[in-house]
Structures are given as C-alpha cells and as structure tokens.
Design a protein around this ligand. Structure first.
Ligand code: COA
Length: 178
C-alpha cells in the first residue's frame, strides 16, 4: 500500500463515516456493485456494516476500509467466505477521487494472502460486470484467471449485462506473490 494509505476493519460504530463516504461514492459505484451495497442514509450504511459484522461472526463475509491520509475513500471485502468448501469471493470499491492511485490491488492482495495463507482456503473468486474494465484489470493484476461469462446475468436500469467470473487457486498464490 502507499505509505499514506491504510487498510482497517470497517465496523458498525463507524456507520456515520461510512454513510458520508457513500454519499461521495454512491453514483460512481452504483452501476457496478450489488444494489444492497448502495443503501441510502445513515440507517442504510449501518445496516450494511451490521450485515458484515454478523457475517464475520459466523465466519462468512467481512469488510475493510481503505483510508488515505485518514479519510475513508473506499474498501475491500469478502463478499462471502465458505470455509467448508474452501472458497471465498473478494470485491472492492473506491470513491471517484481515489481511483487510479493503486490502492485497491494491494488491499485485495492482503485479503487473498489472509484467505490462502492464514485461513487455508482453496479458491478465491471475483465477479464483475463484463464491461467493468477497471474491475477486471484488478482481477488480472491479482493473478486471477477469467473462468467464464454468465450471459445477461446482471440487470441494471432496464438492460441486462454479462457478468464475468475470475478466480485464483491457493496453489497459484505463491507464484503471484513471488
Ligand atoms: C474497480 C475500482 C476499485 C478499481 O480502481 P483502480 O484505482 O483502477 O484500481 P487500483 O487501486 O488497483 O489502481 C490501479 C490504477 O492506479 C494506477 N496507479 C497510480 N499509482 C500507482 C501505484 N503507486 N501503484 C500501482 N498503481 C498505481 C495504475 O496505473 C492503475 O491505473 P490505470 O488503470 O489508469 O493505469 C474502481 O474503478 C471503482 O471503484 N469502480 C467502481 C466500483 C466497482 O466497480 N467495484 C468493483 C465491483 S466488481
């Protein structure tokens, strides 16, 4: 990570700060993330953070904030962790001012390192709209392989978009980090 950037847990007590960040990020991320993630207002932000806190307590998904000079500018998350299957899905977002600074790829790499090295998972996935080239570029930089396309799987504002699935296996992670 850049030296003025930090990756930290994002928890329900930070709902006010998360809501203010979402106000800066919402329209930028809305086409590319799940609808439940762009919930409005303080209660919506709190509900999202509670959902991930509950999920983390059940060894499932978890969410982390990226701070630049102390300001919450985005984050990365385990959308899901399925320890029994040894799989997880990783995702990310940034507010517009934070795009193009190399923040998200190292943050996702930290999550993958935890998933493979600490948690002993076998497979990490990445799902994005096929026309989300900035997102698929992150998957590629992480060493993921594009495994397939779910055709017209992503409805958004009256149109349907293809969705890509990228993934990396634990055995390929050491090569990525070497
Ligand atoms: C997806 C998203 C998080 C990617 O952000 P990003 O800034 O492109 O990705 P990274 O943080 O890895 O940064 C890489 C970019 O920073 C640039 N960069 C600048 N300084 C850098 C540095 N020190 N090190 C590495 N890269 C650096 C890279 O050149 C690259 O930009 P480029 O593609 O224009 O060449 C962002 O576009 C976004 O928030 N999109 C909307 C939400 C979304 O799509 N989420 C994903 C849903 S699947």
């Amino acid at each position: 990570m850049k030296e003025n950037a930090r990756l930290e847990p994002l928890e329900p007590w930070q709902a006010e700060e998360f809501a203010a960040h979402l106000d800066r990020a919402r329209e930028h991320i809305r086409p590319w993330v799940g609808a439940s993630f762009v919930a409005d207002g303080l209660e919506g932000a709190r509900a999202t953070l509670r959902r991930y806190a509950d999920s983390q307590a059940a060894d499932g998904g978890r969410i982390f904030g990226i701070r630049l000079d102390g300001v919450l500018v985005g984050g990365v998350l385990f959308v899901d962790v399925d320890a029994a299957r040894g799989t997880c899905e990783v995702g990310c977002w940034l507010e517009p001012s934070a795009v193009g600074h190399g923040l998200v790829t190292p943050a996702c790499a930290a999550l993958l390192d935890w998933a493979f090295t600490t948690r002993g998972l076998h497979r990490a996935e990445w799902r994005c709209r096929a026309d989300n080239t900035r997102s698929s570029a992150v998957a590629q930089r992480l060493g993921m392989v594009r495994e397939g396309v779910l055709r017209e799987h992503w409805p958004y504002e009256g149109k349907r978009y293809d969705k890509e699935i990228w993934a990396i296996l634990a055995r390929d992670w050491p090569a990525r980090t070497a």
